[in-house]
Structure formats: structure tokens, C-alpha cells
Design a protein around this ligand. Structure first.
Ligand SMILES: [Zn+2]
Length: 249
């Protein structure tokens, strides 16, 4: 999972920092089905970062988003990094599914990468960014991609949905942090009122779990520290030797 996150970040980073634009043919071996093929890839590119479209698309002598070839056999997007065996097995099952293969018939490589990110449970922001890049593939702004206004609207709706959730959840995240500080300070009524107000927002399932868990703690008069994993109903951090100490929203 961490490696996959890195792959997506790598794509974004390449769009932003590389200094000159060069496209060249490259040989690929698909990690999912071992098919060997050649496709164009971007070696580097120029982006004038001070000129960015209002939808966040960088402008310059470049192909945006970066070329992301699909395997001609299984349609897996060819990421420029090695994937570990466990992840490949997990991806193979999804990529070979009927659902993925049907999607691959008429969608772009970044759309398919977003679907894979959804399947792997990547962050809302990351999935949103991949749909955003899928929009850029069909917005008619590059000779390397085909203009498709219908797909543009479809991909834009998906990106907006993820960004909206992320923004609201971020607001709700800080709200629940404040409520937790109030609860642990013994200010139960203030925490209760704050949480009831937060519950009126459109929330992700996970944020709703946290709010409901906080309300249960308040009802029980509990001012002790608790973990995000308890709200999720997962095992506690100390029973998972590999888990990191800090839980993310
Ligand atoms: Zn393949």
C-alpha cells in the first residue's frame, strides 16, 4: 500500500519538477500478466508552474498528465516503479476481474489507476487527484490525448465527489479533535454540543464512527484517552506490533 501511494506521488512530482520535454519509446514488461510491449513515455518535461489552469492543470511545453501507458493485454497502468509480490497478487485479482476489464474498454489510464486506488483503499485526496488527472486526459488540451467532453464530465463528477468528501472530512476531523480535547478536559456539554453540530455535516462513514464513539464516551462520562482504532472497531494499536504509533484522520 505504501508503495502504491509512492507511485502516485511520483507521477505528480514528475509533472511538476522535470526541466525539459522529451518523449521516447520504451520497453515495458507488465507486472500483472508479463506481456512485453513498447509505448511512448515521457523522459522529462517543462512546466511553467506560474501558469496553472483554474482546475489545477499545470501549463507549459509538456504532456499533462504524464504519459501512463496501459498494458495492451490486461490494461494495467504501467507505473514507473517496482511493485512487491504481495501487491502484484492483490492487483492481479482486481485487474483480471470482469468489472475492471469492462471499465478498461472505454476509459483512460488515469481513470483506471483511480479505480485501482479505490480498490486498495487509498486516501480520498489521492483518489480525487487521479480522477482530476483523468479529466486532463480528455479535456482537449493535448495532441497526445483524445478530447471527450462526456468523459470529462463523468471524471469531473468523480473528482469533485472525492475532493468534497476530503474537504468536509478535514473540517470534521479538526472538529472531532477539539471535541476530544473538551471531553478529556471534562467539558462534556461543550463537546456534546460540538459533536451534535458536526453530525449535521455530510460526513464520511469513518468520521461518523468517530463522532458516535465520542458521544458514547461522553454519555458514559469517560474523560480518558481513546484511540481512533477503537472508534473504527479495529484492534488496539498495542496489539499490532507492526502498526505505527500515529493514526491518521
Ligand atoms: Zn498486463
Amino acid at each position: 500500500m505504501k508503495q502504491f501511494v509512492f507511485a502516485c506521488l511520483l507521477i505528480l512530482a514528475m509533472v511538476i519538477v522535470c526541466p525539459a520535454s522529451t518523449v521516447s519509446s520504451r520497453d515495458y514488461t507488465c507486472p500483472i500478466c508479463s506481456t512485453e510491449f513498447s509505448a511512448d513515455c515521457q523522459l522529462s518535461q517543462t512546466i511553467i508552474t506560474s501558469y496553472t489552469q483554474l482546475d489545477g492543470k499545470p501549463f507549459g511545453a509538456a504532456i499533462v498528465p504524464d504519459l501512463l501507458p496501459l498494458c495492451p493485454n490486461c490494461h494495467f497502468p504501467q507505473l514507473q516503479q517496482d511493485l512487491d509480490i504481495e501487491l502484484i497478487a492483490q492487483l492481479r485479482e482486481y485487474v483480471e476481474s470482469e468489472e475492471y476489464q469492462l471499465l478498461a474498454e472505454d476509459n483512460t489510464s488515469y481513470f483506471l489507476l483511480a479505480k485501482i486506488a479505490e480498490h486498495l483503499g487509498s486516501s480520498l485526496q489521492q483518489i480525487g487527484q487521479l480522477y482530476q488527472q483523468a479529466c486532463w486526459q480528455v479535456d482537449g488540451g493535448s495532441i497526445h490525448y483524445q478530447d471527450n467532453p462526456v468523459k470529462f464530465r463523468e471524471y469531473a463528477d468523480l473528482a469533485i465527489n472525492y475532493f468534497d468528501q476530503e474537504a468536509v472530512d478535514w473540517l470534521a476531523y479538526y472538529g472531532t479533535v477539539c471535541a476530544d480535547l473538551e471531553r478529556k478536559s471534562g467539558r462534556m456539554l461543550e463537546a456534546y454540543i460540538r459533536l451534535r453540530e458536526l453530525k449535521e455535516l455530510p460526513l464520511t462513514e469513518e468520521r461518523l464512527q468517530v463522532i458516535d464513539f465520542e458521544l458514547q464516551l461522553i454519555e458514559a462520562g469517560d474523560s480518558n484517552p481513546h484511540f481512533l482504532s477503537e472508534a473504527r472497531g479495529d484492534t488496539l494499536p498495542w496489539s499490532q506490533p507492526d502498526s505505527t504509533a500515529v493514526e491518521q484522520p
